[in-house]
Design a protein around this ligand. Structure first.
Ligand code: PMP
Ligand code: GLN
Length: 393
């Protein structure tokens, strides 16, 4: 019988050798927990604090009530893949076959891990631009790959294309790009795309293009999806997420566009990682996506939020960096403190009741540029409260 208050003990005989010895809890979990413990306004982890569409919720209900509650096909509900194919065709003039070239995933995070796991072999090298979203490097390392970091140039987080070729070797297997870019809010330009075409031409290098913020792009800029460029599309996995597009980060539904030969490899892993994802939600998204009014307003909607937040913090001592996309604004606090980013972010949360993400969390080595990332996917009321605090610091 199990004794009362039974406690699981570590077995001292067994020395666990971690596959990721230097990885702790994700900064998003850490800062959200700290925000909750301190009753602080949480502008750290990227998620909206306003409700999602009632219609979308009723569509999920509808499909649950209709009995769509069992496994979906392994690559995803066909109707959803067909709608995605039509939209990609319309937006980027690219044809992806819903049967062989589109796969529905449990959010972009699963998509990214699955792509890397399918492609990266032991000692393969993967080039990542940093600051970088936190899941890329661990996903490479746990699959035996080596990460090569290309550091973006401050203050505009541009790519140093002159230095870039030095990172390429005969072991380079993949380059990971992300535009619009988390955390900096910058976007790739047409020149960046031309450089990428030039550098990967006649080389055995694949690209993972993280485009989860494809609809969150401002000031009339065009999203440089790799889908637009046949030469790049033929060697790329393009990742999207409905978490961003429909304000539903907790629904964890995303997708991957890739040529049939790459998709076949992706699905070999996908089928054993999750097999398939939430069925009624896929049907709901398929119907919701049919009306483009449900997402076409997003650039304007989030640009307005960016501008509201910028206006509200105008008199503060925080200096905003340029934000052309995503729902993150970078603030430079060098006029306020010379504390390192993590210490300052923790102190802001505990003492001033406002949580952000220190930029150092997006670099592999200790790095301090006095920069914090703030999420502005919030109601105007939340942004006003947050700005009031920031203006007093
Ligand atoms: N890539 C980037 C750049 C992100 O910011 C995020 C999370 N917001 C993801 C991938 C993961 O998306 P998902 O929540 O769909 O897993
Ligand atoms: N992508 C979100 C961000 O950058 C968070 C995702 C997560 O919590 N893993 O804030």
């Amino acid at each position: 019988m199990r004794p009362e208050n039974f406690k699981i003990m570590d077995n001292p005989q067994w020395q666990l050798s971690s596959k990721l010895p230097n990885v702790g809890n994700s900064i998003f979990a850490v800062m959200t927990q700290l925000a909750n413990e301190n009753n602080a306004i949480n502008l750290s982890q990227g998620f909206p604090d306003f409700p999602i569409s009632e219609k979308l919720i009723s569509l999920v209900n509808k499909y649950m009530n209709m009995g769509y509650n069992q496994y979906s096909p392994m690559p995803g509900v066909l109707k959803l893949r067909e709608v995605i194919s039509e939209i990609v065709n319309k937006n980027y003039s690219a044809h992806y076959d819903p049967i062989t070239e589109i796969t529905i995933t449990a959010g972009a995070t699963q998509a990214i891990y699955t792509i890397i796991s399918a492609i990266v072999r032991a000692d393969d090298e993967v080039i990542i631009f940093e600051p970088a979203y936190d899941s890329y490097a661990p996903s490479v390392k746990v699959n035996g790959g080596l990460v090569k970091y290309a550091t973006l140039k401050l203050p505009d987080f541009s790519i140093d294309w002159e230095k870039f070729p030095a990172l390429i070797s005969s072991n380079t297997r993949m380059i990971i790009i992300n535009s619009p870019h988390n955390p900096s809010g910058t976007v790739l330009s047409h020149n960046d795309i031309n450089q990428l075409i030039r550098i990967t031409r006649n080389r055995d290098i694949l690209i993972l293009s993280d485009e989860v913020y494809e609809h969150l792009i401002f000031d009339g800029l065009m999203h440089e999806s790799l889908c637009r460029y046949p030469e790049l599309a033929s060697k790329s996995f393009v990742v999207g997420s409905f978490g961003k597009t429909f304000h539903a980060t907790g629904w964890k539904t995303g997708f991957v566009l890739a040529p049939a030969n790459l998709t076949a490899e992706l699905r070999k892993i996908h089928q054993f990682l999750v097999f398939s994802t939430n069925t009624p939600i896929q049907y709901a998204f398929a119907e919701f996506l049919e009306d483009e009014a449900n997402y076409k307003h997003l650039p304007e909607f989030y640009q307005k939020k960016r501008d509201t937040f910028l206006k509200l913090i105008k008199t503060s001592r925080f200096k905003p960096l340029k934000c052309s996309g995503t729902y993150f604004l970078t603030l430079d606090y060098s006029d306020i403190s010379d504390e390192n980013e993590m210490d300052f972010a923790v102190r802001l949360t505990r003492e001033h009741k406002i949580a952000s993400i220190p930029f150092s969390a997006f670099y592999n080595k200790n790095n301090n540029n006095n920069l914090l990332r703030f999420c502005f996917a919030k109601t105007d009321g939340t942004l006003e409260k947050a700005a009031k605090i920031l203006c007093k610091i």
